[in-house]
Write a protein that binds this ligand. Sequence first.
Ligand SMILES: Cc1cc2nc3c(=O)[nH]c(=O)nc-3n(C[C@H](O)[C@H](O)[C@H](O)COP(=O)(O)OP(=O)(O)OC[C@H]3O[C@@H](n4cnc5c(N)ncnc54)[C@H](O)[C@@H]3O)c2cc1C
Ligand code: HEM
Length: 395
Amino acid sequence: MSLNDRDALAVLHAALDPDDNNGLIGRFYTRWFTFDASPRDLFPPDMGVQRAAFAQALKWIYGELVAQRAEDPVAFLAQLGRDHRKYGVLPEHYETLGRSLYATLRDELAEAWTDAVDAAALQSVNLITGVMSGAADAEQGPAWWDGTVVEHLRVSRDLAVVRLQLDRPMPYHAGQYVNVAVPQCPRRWRYLTPAIPPDETGAIEFHVRTVAGGLVSNAIVNETQTGDRWRLSSPHGALQVDRDGGDVLMVAHMNAQALAKTIATGEAWYFSRSRRALWKKGETSGHVQRVVEMRVDCDQDAVWIKVEQAGPGACHTGRRSCFYRAVPLDPGAEAAVTLEPEGQGFRISKSALTLRAQVPNLDEAAFARMAGEAEKNCPVSKVLNAAITLDAKLI
Ligand SMILES: Cc1cc2nc3c(=O)[nH]c(=O)nc-3n(C[C@H](O)[C@H](O)[C@H](O)COP(=O)(O)OP(=O)(O)OC[C@H]3O[C@@H](n4cnc5c(N)ncnc54)[C@H](O)[C@@H]3O)c2cc1C
Ligand code: HEM
């Protein structure tokens, strides 16, 4: 039975609580580092984030095993194992981790520890450590890429452009990101998305913005020096292919420069009219869009791009598409749209006028003001895709 025993696996799954930072997982790490001190130095001093990441990973893996779905966890563990090589993880660490995890589960579950749970714990722990160490072992490629900072440009108070020359070229697909460790913050790895992907000589560029109170982002922006040596993981990140789906993901503005950068880099760049700034989709979130196809309309004032969207989606709410709310077309339906004032007017585009007929009880004066503002603010709606650009809030 064991790995087929859903009831026994469910007992292990229930014992894991990713929100309980000082519970079972905390006690597991204490036990592990007492049993084997050597992996402790691979981790940063504060283990809080790590405890949460490890607990979440285990919770998800056990959830999948309970549902008798092994394919995704095995693929995840194999990738994690290959990727863990960059931390300097050794085969014997998997051995001591496995024994400590098994012993912690046994102690924590005391009363519920039956023969069936014992067998499920043993086999699942072996599966986790076995897949990770096996995949790490089998991987022929480099465990990490080292590179030298050749330029550090502080372009504004909170933003730096960092250019590196990697010691060797890095294979990279659009939309991928890397895990980075910098000398100012050893062992504190952070994800960064290359703003300019590595070329065939290994030249690569990152744009890093400080996060309030952020350790690594502030160190990179304020303290990076030419000559610093950075360590990069192999690039990863799954691309979600939307080119088959055909859904509208988002609508945004492009100016000539954004269009040129999109064509040159193969990744989507836009222009923010409110901030008067060029922005690359996914620059900080990692949710980059790789351009698959690009078209312009008949009078060449609208661009349509088909993308492979990295991460969960295009919308800042975490959804796949920004168009996740439906407007009811039944005139008798309860009002589904309100138009939110902003400053002296309303932020809404001309094309939203088409909604007028669909908004019950719309205040005429407010609507007229809004329409006037829309004309002033964006006389020509140069948007991606001929869909509605609606800045009014839907409720
Ligand atoms: C896939 C991916 C790609 C990324 N690419 C880039 C990139 O190209 N350039 C870049 O500058 N950053 C990027 N980031 C964010 C980066 O990895 C770090 O999270 C960020 O630099 C903050 O790290 P820190 O050590 O300064 O903050 P920490 O010390 O880790 O955190 C300090 C505080 O800030 C909060 N915080 C952490 N990250 C963020 C965030 N992104 N936004 C708001 N609050 C946050 C934390 O919850 C905490 O409260 C990316 C993140 C991901 C997941
Ligand atoms: C064999 C011994 C292992 C060692 C020495 C080890 C070490 C590390 C280190 C040093 C980090 C980075 C911590 C940080 O940046 O704050 C890390 C991250 C992580 N580990 Fe492990 N780990 C081991 C096994 C495992 C196992 C078995 C799992 C789970 C199934 C796991 C899951 C994770 C996850 C999810 C992260 C965060 C994501 C990442 O940064 O890769 N690790 N590990």
